[in-house]
Design a protein around this ligand. Structure first.
Ligand SMILES: Nc1c(NC[C@H](O)[C@H](O)[C@H](O)CO)[nH]c(=O)[nH]c1=O
Ligand SMILES: CC(=O)[C@@H](O)COP(=O)(O)O
Length: 224
């Protein structure tokens, strides 16, 4: 029997660690298998993340061959045939349109057919949850991607909208049993929002589309 005392350890770069384990401390290691450090190269872009994840998945899978424990993850490589709804808020449309573009581009890059993507517009982020739940329950989609941009103003309205959007999307997923992905920006100002919708900090629409793909694949291929 294999000893569990000192599992082989993968030290991850900050970027990959953030994607795989967003809250793990910097000294943490990946406990399930050994990964050659020279097989990993990282980028903070959505496609960089995807290829990093593919390498990690492959290496981890091969390191599990001798393990009796079964591990399952969704795959980014099997987008064809998966169906997605995208609920997008019109409020701060200059931002949400860019997030939507990033999301659709990513779905297409991963072989999701255009006819398998349905976009539903709602007035603001507050309205996303109820619509996501309806779409999830329809049985027509493998995942629902929720896109919005909440930007702080002068009053406490920001907190109400941001928190409601988050708990609305969470409830939609739990109540419908279909993954509902949180692609709602919550920003201090428009600069922060633009930086995250194709600017300096990437495109969160594209990143959350990858999350939707992974979760859709996990449910479709492993959790039925
Ligand atoms: N201020 C923002 C809003 N506010 C609108 C609400 O989402 C909602 O439509 C209204 O209260 C009616 O129910 N929405 C955003 O998406 N982003 C904001 O910054
Ligand atoms: C996040 C918001 O709802 C924002 O537009 C509200 O702005 P304000 O707090 O100045 O009314």
């Amino acid at each position: 029997m294999k000893s569990l005392a000192s599992p082989p350890c993968l030290r991850l770069t900050p970027t990959t660690r953030r994607h795989l384990h967003p809250r793990q401390p910097s000294s943490a290691c990946y406990p399930h298998g050994r990964i050659k450090s020279n097989s990993l190269s990282f980028s903070s872009s959505a496609s960089g993340f995807a290829s990093t994840l593919a390498v990690v998945e492959k290496e981890l899978r091969s390191s599990f061959v001798t393990d009796a424990v079964r591990h399952v993850t969704g795959s980014l490589m099997r987008g064809e045939g998966l169906r997605f709804a995208i609920v997008v808020a019109r409020f701060n449309e200059v931002v949400t349109k860019l997030l939507l573009e990033g999301a659709i581009e990513t779905f297409k890059k991963y072989s999701v057919r255009e006819e398998d993507i349905q976009v539903v517009w709602v007035p603001g982020s507050f309205e996303i949850g109820v619509v996501a739940q309806r779409l999830g329950k329809s049985g027509n989609f493998n995942a629902v991607l929720c896109i919005g941009a909440v930007i702080r103003g002068d009053t406490t309205h920001y907190d109400a909208v941001a928190n409601s959007a988050a708990s609305g999307v969470l409830s939609a997923g739990i109540n419908s049993g279909v993954p509902c992905i949180f692609g709602v920006l919550t920003c201090e100002d428009m600069d922060q929002a633009l930086n995250r919708s194709g600017g300096k900090a990437g495109n969160k629409g594209a990143e959350t589309a990858l999350t939707a793909l992974e979760m859709a694949s996990l449910f479709e291929h492993h959790l039925k």
